[in-house]
Design a protein around this ligand. Structure first.
Ligand SMILES: Nc1ncnc2c1ncn2[C@@H]1O[C@H](COP(=O)(O)OP(=O)(O)OP(=O)(O)O)[C@@H](O)[C@H]1O
Ligand SMILES: Cc1ncc(COP(=O)(O)O)c(N)n1
Length: 329
């Protein structure tokens, strides 16, 4: 098998979601759907469902390190996705392992607060989290997380961006302060548009347009996006733009089919395998309709007026980003 055809091994270092919509469980589905072999190290056991978080249990730090070493002592790691880190001790252990192992590609989703409003990171651990950023090739904060990072990087306590322009400005500040690529995401903004933008440390901005899908089943979209990008950037030899573009198209397809699942009474998961199952002839429209009928919402309100991958990205600024200094290019 040639190097290009090799199946990539992708490690998720994250917390759990026993209902399967976010965290490690979502990551493994996103990695598989993206064409990689998924592996997982648990940073925190989280008792949560589609409605919220009930309890968090962080394993002893030596056990976390033992999990990380068990993988890296045995398996070639092509990319790492890092999600929930819970506290400064966990961050320290993951940072030390990254320095030792130097995986070639690292995507850091700086998870701080669940969509339900529950804290997934000790507020005092933000400084430690910022220290981890230079070891990543890409970070994927949502708007509240971006505001925290921008505030710490000198923007003051501005709060989450309420316009796309303000989000891009914060992303540029964070990218240049930490020498890292930042994926800004408009998921939390009101309105019809949900663009993402890849911002380089040099200030180049590659925008991926998107149209909002009217569903409340968006649990774990950030987890799935970051794990999908980690998988595709490894498959595409470090091409971050292609990885982000393709992952957004896949996530759109998965979000558009989220209402065909029937998982929980809160914000449910996306359907990670909707595209694959449709192309394989599995679970066709009548079954999906039935799920919606059982739940009683008839699927009303869902909008999918744009085929996956239809939107072309827009480049603002220079494209010649050049190689990065960090080991996790
Ligand atoms: N309703 C939607 N329609 C289309 N795309 C969406 C929608 N909601 C989120 N997205 C997309 O999902 C991805 C994650 O966005 P978001 O900003 O919600 O991240 P997040 O808050 O980290 O996710 P999570 O819900 O896992 O915490 C982005 O690519 C965003 O554009
Ligand atoms: C273990 C874990 N990691 C991340 C999230 C964020 O996802 P969301 O904001 O959709 O709740 C989560 N709920 N749980």
């Amino acid at each position: 098998m040639s190097r290009q055809q090799r199946i990539v091994n992708v490690l998720s270092v994250a917390g759990t979601d026993p209902t399967g919509g976010a965290g490690i469980q979502a990551d493994l589905k996103a990695i598989a759907a993206g064409g990689g072999y998924g592996m997982a190290v648990v940073t925190a056991l989280v008792a949560q469902n589609t409605r919220g978080v009930r309890a968090v249990h962080v394993p002893p730090i030596p056990f976390l390190t033992a999990q990380l070493d068990a993988v890296s002592d045995d398996v070639r790691i092509d990319a790492v996705k890092i999600g929930m880190l819970a506290n400064a001790e966990v961050i320290g252990a993951v940072a030390a392992w990254l320095r030792r192992v130097r995986p070639p590609l690292v995507v850091l989703d700086p998870v701080m607060i669940a969509a339900s409003g529950d804290a997934l990171l000790d507020p005092e651990a933000v400084t430690a989290l910022r220290g981890l950023i230079p070891q990543a090739g890409l970070i994927t904060p949502n708007l509240p997380e971006l505001a925290v990072l921008a505030g710490a990087a000198g923007a003051g306590a501005a709060g989450p961006a309420d316009t796309w322009e303000a989000a891009l400005e914060q992303a540029r500040l964070v990218a240049s302060a930490h020498g890292v690529r930042v994926l800004a995401k408009a998921g939390h903004l009101p309105g019809e548009r949900t663009p993402d933008a890849l911002v380089t440390p040099e200030g180049d901005t590659i925008e991926f347009p998107g149209v909002r899908i009217a569903t409340r089943n968006t649990h774990g979209t950030g987890c799935s996006l970051s794990a999908g990008i980690a998988t595709r950037v490894a498959r595409h030899g470090g091409d971050w733009v292609r990885a982000a573009r393709e992952t957004k198209a896949w996530l759109r397809e998965s979000l558009a089919a989220a209402d065909t699942l029937d998982v929980g009474g809160g914000s449910g998961p996306v359907h990670h395998f909707a595209g694959l199952w449709a192309r394989g002839g599995l679970h066709t429209a009548p079954e999906a309709q039935q799920n919606r009928a059982v739940r009683g919402d008839g699927g009303a309100g869902r909008r999918d007026d744009q085929p996956a991958g239809a939107a072309a990205e827009v480049t603002v600024g220079r494209l010649d980003a050049g190689p990065r200094r960090s080991p996790s290019q």
